[in-house]
Design a protein around this ligand. Structure first.
Ligand code: 9MR
Length: 381
């Protein structure tokens, strides 16, 4: 565990002030209104149960106040889980659309756009158990292709016109060495590259107007070098083979590296810019798809911690939004109580994570002001 003194924490803040003052008063308006003023859209991932009416039959966790917050602040939402094979495909022959449908219907009611996440999360860990154990029969190639193309065509036939942007492939690159994962599906089809290519070609044919995205979590923090290099190789391969991929989804699950925020940003920005330069030089658009912050190496003190998280977010967004290829900024949940991070990696000091824009009582945190300010400061699209 890293112990940070108040002096160190304040030293971090001082370093940041040298890099540019934090904005105390956020610009007025909802995040979507601020984003729209710059030709951007703002949004979040939404878990199905949170937007159900309170007391809805068979639903735990409906929260009308949270649903209202999302409707007020967002121009676009994305299902956090409900479009994944694990949720949508209980068996090889069935689709369970109810929860995904409920999100899409709720978005339509509120005039909010929907992104699709995802058509193929290409790791055995995220396949349904039946797909990992699947018997592809005597012609595995044909059966693998049939299974994948049926999955994608069925979803796009249902939502192809309503949803204009899909994470077609999610997290296909192994962070440790940049190689591609293999799965039951890629072994049947004859390799990871042809499997990912097939996913994109199928999506393009089924929804020619939709933006097709490769989405991954390579980031600007240390130990992401191999991951970034692997993603660049994958993107180069897509271009070489003529695979129809329009954009890279940069998930943006940020991780603070201690309290010296200004120094961290100064250290990390060069490699990040080089990565984004390389991606955009290949003609890809960019999307921020899953923004949140793991508050590592920061003191438990909420005031100091929230300030550091906000400053880190602002620094990241200022650098990243300088790329005009970005038109969408989506968070992975809007309120701390609904963030996946607490369950995935709790803090070692026992205090609750504070990874999002709003606290448990849905009050805006400094991170909300930082996002608002960064959106307002973005060059117009
Ligand atoms: O937030 C999601 C969590 O509720 C799920 O249990 C998990 C597995 O399906 O996926 C989480 O969302 C992930 C997203 O789909 C892809 N990028 C990383 C996200 C956080 O793990």
């Amino acid at each position: 565990m890293t112990h940070i003194t108040r002096r160190e924490a304040l030293g971090g803040a001082a370093a940041l002030i040298a890099a540019g003052p934090a904005i105390a008063t956020p610009p007025a308006g909802s995040l979507e209104q601020i984003a729209k003023g710059r030709g951007l859209r703002f949004g979040t991932a939404v878990a199905w149960h949170t937007i159900q009416p309170e007391g809805a039959k068979g639903v735990k966790g409906g929260n009308p106040a949270y649903a209202r917050l999302i409707a007020d602040q967002c121009g676009v939402i994305v299902p956090e889980n409900e479009m994944k094979w694990q949720w949508l495909r209980p068996t090889p022959t069935s689709f369970a659309f109810e929860r995904f449908d409920a999100i899409v219907a709720w978005a339509a009611q509120h005039g909010i756009a929907v992104r699709g996440h995802n058509l193929l999360w290409h790791q055995p860990k995220w396949f349904p158990a039946w797909l990992n154990a699947y018997d592809f029969g005597t012609d595995p190639h044909a059966e693998g292709e049939r299974l994948l193309t049926t999955h994608i065509r069925t979803i796009l036939a249902r939502y192809g016109t309503r949803i204009r942007s899909y994470d077609v492939v999610n997290e296909a690159v192994r962070p440790s060495d940049g190689a591609l994962y293999d799965t039951s599906l890629s072994r049947a089809i004859g390799g990871a590259e042809p499997t990912l290519d097939l996913a994109f070609h199928t999506a393009r044919a089924a929804a020619p107007q939709a933006q097709l995205v490769y989405n991954d979590y390579m980031s600007w923090e240390p130990h992401n070098e191999a991951h970034r290099a692997g993603v660049l190789r994958l993107l180069e391969g897509f271009r070489r083979r003529g695979t129809p991929v329009d954009a890279l989804g940069i998930q943006s699950h940020l991780i603070t590296q201690g309290s010296a925020i200004g120094a961290t940003i100064a250290r990390q920005q060069g490699a990040w810019r080089r990565f984004l330069d390389a991606v955009t030089a290949m003609g890809y658009d960019l999307i921020i798809t899953e923004l949140d912050v793991r508050d590592n190496g920061l003191p438990a003190d909420i005031v100091l911690r929230d300030r550091a998280v906000a400053d880190y977010t602002r620094g990241y967004l200022d650098i990243t939004l300088a790329y005009r290829q970005i038109r969408d900024v989506l968070c992975w949940g809007l309120a701390d109580r609904y963030s996946w991070i607490e369950g995935f990696e709790p803090r070692s000091d026992g205090s609750r994570r504070r990874p999002t824009l709003y606290d448990d009582a849905l009050r805006p945190k400094p991170m909300r002001a930082a996002v608002a300010a960064a959106l307002a400061a973005a060059a117009p699209r």
